[in-house]
Design a protein around this ligand. Sequence first.
Ligand SMILES: Cc1ncc(COP(=O)(O)O)c(C=O)c1O
Length: 373
Amino acid sequence: MRELIRINQPFLGKEEIDSAVEVLRGGILTDKSGMGPRVLDFERNFAKFVGAKHAVAMVNGTAAIHASLLSADIGLGDEVILPSFTFVGAANAVMLSGATPVFADIDRETYCLRLDSVEESLTARTKAILPTDLYGYPADLKPILQLGKEKGIVVIEDAAQAHGAMYDGKRVGSIADMTCFSFYAAKNLTTGEGGMVTTNDDEYAQTLRMVRSHGEQRPYWSVRLGANYHMPEIAAAIGLAQLKKLPSFLEKRRHNAELATEKLSMSGKLILPREDETRKHSWYVYTVRARGVNAAKRNKIVDKLWAKNIEAAVYYSTPVHSTPFYRSSNQVRRGKLPETEKASRQVFSLPVHPRLSDNDVEYVSETLRKAIA
Ligand SMILES: Cc1ncc(COP(=O)(O)O)c(C=O)c1O
């Protein structure tokens, strides 16, 4: 039997190990304002990679979103529009800020937030829109940013899965008011746990740095609410080594995704992921929809893949609004979410990470074709 093909897997080498060991030898593990030498270097290089003016490192992606909300002065009484078809971390960050998450529906093909559903969800209390670049595919940012501009609403992009994705020829991270990344172990670039906010706005960048450090303007002088969201030096050192490799990782992900499309395109039973002219994927995962099935049938297909040692994954079988905590919370609001409900029953994701060979991708595709035959 083949070794388990994981849905995603860190791709680490000598460079990451040497970089981490250097930090241990040097003895500087962190900095009291979260601005150690590796963190600053990682921030500079990450900002350059995405084409943003500033990058502010955080301890993880959830903290990055929470810090962004706090930096935009979002709190009690405010509403934040976001998809329910996303990772719960985004909604939790909104709850932690004290604001009300308002769940809007997604586009049938891209699984990203849909403009008309966002518009229907707007109220006088809407303070932010938080679109997710789901599976690594950018949300339709232009009309959302336009709407934000017209209404004076901040757009905070959740790009936790989208390092390297492009919108209108620009890298995600250089477009929205603030963009949040995660460097969790499964992500396109990992530091174990880690996060980053990028922005072109000087004021947001300065505020994010304070929020990351208990709202301190200088030591023991808190001028606003914050937390300890510092990224450790060892994580930044690993991130620096990973960042150098990210372009080659992305190339390999794209290669694997294109190979999967080639191998699966003959099946009329699957709807495959697509890109359009303006939006380019980071191929965090390769997500397909089984046409016309219910959740039980979809789960059977996934089980068949698991039986052949392929870690197919269902992101997200339970949309956030249907989880017990959010169902029982009276701090949330939602409109009608038919596409969210439908997608949660029909989608599943396949691995295309850079450690996979052509043979692995062919094996995954062939096994899936047999499973749905
Ligand atoms: C879409 C999305 N948002 C937010 C997060 C939160 O990031 P983290 O796990 O680093 O806190 C993740 C990652 O897990 C994610 O996939």
